[in-house]
Write a protein that binds this ligand. Structure first.
Ligand code: SF4
Length: 364
């Protein structure tokens, strides 16, 4: 395991243009009596070239750059620590101007020939999380702060540079599965998706981006209406209301229980035509019986879908255990028997607490 640590970024007081998207930047420059295309030029510099000073923006008039210098700055989050797991997974620790910290993970999928098939960034959308899933390290932190679109973008930007250094090419996929519930920070997440997919930003295909939610039914419908073209994953983790409510407090509310989820999934599919991925973390003797697999198979009939089975990573003293391989195999067999498309996700980055459900800031 490698670890590098850098000093914190200092606080700045001027308007941070990194909090603005394309339209906002055009409005911003118009307020400074400049034509809208100046906003588009600034957008390219900030999001496409990673500029952090106005001096770099050489196609802007010198007097306009001086004016910008007086009233604005371009913030960029840089990690204060980067750790690299024995299996190649990288975890970056970022510190916000508020002093709060959050984490981002890069998961390389390296082919037999040694070159990466996929370089997936797992971004955080909030510091901590209000959802309180009982098996999750982030849930134990509670909610602390929403991240801005720029904060989310900077995680992908940093990991893109990190990937180029380590693997000679940039990131290929982004998943919103780090800290936080993305749909509770809806506007910022939607804006960040626009930045990531903008041809003048990181220019990622929406098909290579997945937003993961605990299953907030009304927000799933809103995402279907706004349809940014990305994939949707739902953290299911149990196939009945009783079992799900026992480990996921969000399910105790009738607005977000399995009945509401079912309706929202049907709506999502009708609107977007896309299939849904169910994330299902296996916990020994809690949700891993043959009957659980049969009920999970029933859920997959709500709309075209697939299932990702996740092997649990033990977190501190929490009373959850990983399902033994024998039970995992029986569970998979039961699903396959019912024509469910299923994949098993093995854990990555466990030695640096970067695996699913392990993100919680415990070091500085
Ligand atoms: Fe929040 Fe996801 Fe953890 Fe649940 S599993 S507490 S939604 S971060």
């Amino acid at each position: 395991m490698e670890t590098t640590t850098a000093p914190n970024t200092p606080l700045r007081r001027k308007a941070n243009l990194k909090t603005l998207g394309r339209d906002d930047l055009e409005r911003f420059v118009r307020d400074l009596d400049q034509p809208a295309y100046r906003g588009r030029q600034i957008f390219k510099w900030i999001y496409g070239k990673g500029a952090t000073s106005f001096d770099e923006m050489t196609d802007l008039p010198k007097d306009f750059r001086t004016r910008l210098e007086d009233c604005a700055h371009v913030g960029r989050l840089e990690p204060t620590q980067v750790r690299i797991s024995d299996d190649g997974t990288s975890k970056a620790l970022f510190t916000l101007p508020s002093g709060r910290k959050f984490e981002t993970v890069l998961i390389p999928d390296i082919g037999r020939d040694g070159t990466p098939n996929r370089l997936t960034v797992c971004v955080s959308s909030q510091v901590g999380c209000a959802m309180g899933c009982t098996f999750c390290a982030t849930g134990l932190m509670g909610f602390q702060e929403n991240l801005s679109p720029g904060d989310i973008y900077d995680q992908a930007w940093y990991m893109d540079e990190h990937a180029r250094e380590r693997y000679g090419r940039g990131i290929s996929n982004v998943v919103y599965m780090g800290m936080g519930e993305p749909l509770l920070n809806y506007d910022s997440v939607l804006s960040s998706l626009r930045l990531l997919t903008d041809a003048d930003g990181l220019d990622l295909s929406p098909r290579r981006i997945t937003v993961s939610t605990v299953g907030l039914a009304r927000r799933i419908k809103k995402l279907a209406d706004d349809d940014p073209g990305v994939n949707l994953a739902v953290s299911l983790h149990a196939p009945t209301d009783e079992k799900r409510s026992a480990i996921m407090p969000v399910n105790r509310n009738t607005a977000t229980d399995l009945g509401a989820l079912r309706e929202s999934i049907a709506y999502y599919h009708a609107k977007t035509g896309r299939r849904v991925t169910y994330e299902y973390c296996l916990f020994h003797r809690r949700n891993d019986t043959a009957e659980d697999a049969r009920r999970l198979a029933d859920i997959t009939t709500w709309a075209p879908s697939k299932v990702n089975l996740i092997m649990y990573n033990p977190v501190g003293d929490l009373p959850f255990e990983r399902t033994p391989d024998k039970r995992l195999n029986a569970f998979v067999k039961e699903l396959v028997h019912r024509d469910v498309t299923v994949t098993v996700r093995r854990s990555r980055g466990q030695d640096i607490d970067a695996a699913c459900g392990q993100l919680a800031v415990t070091s500085s």
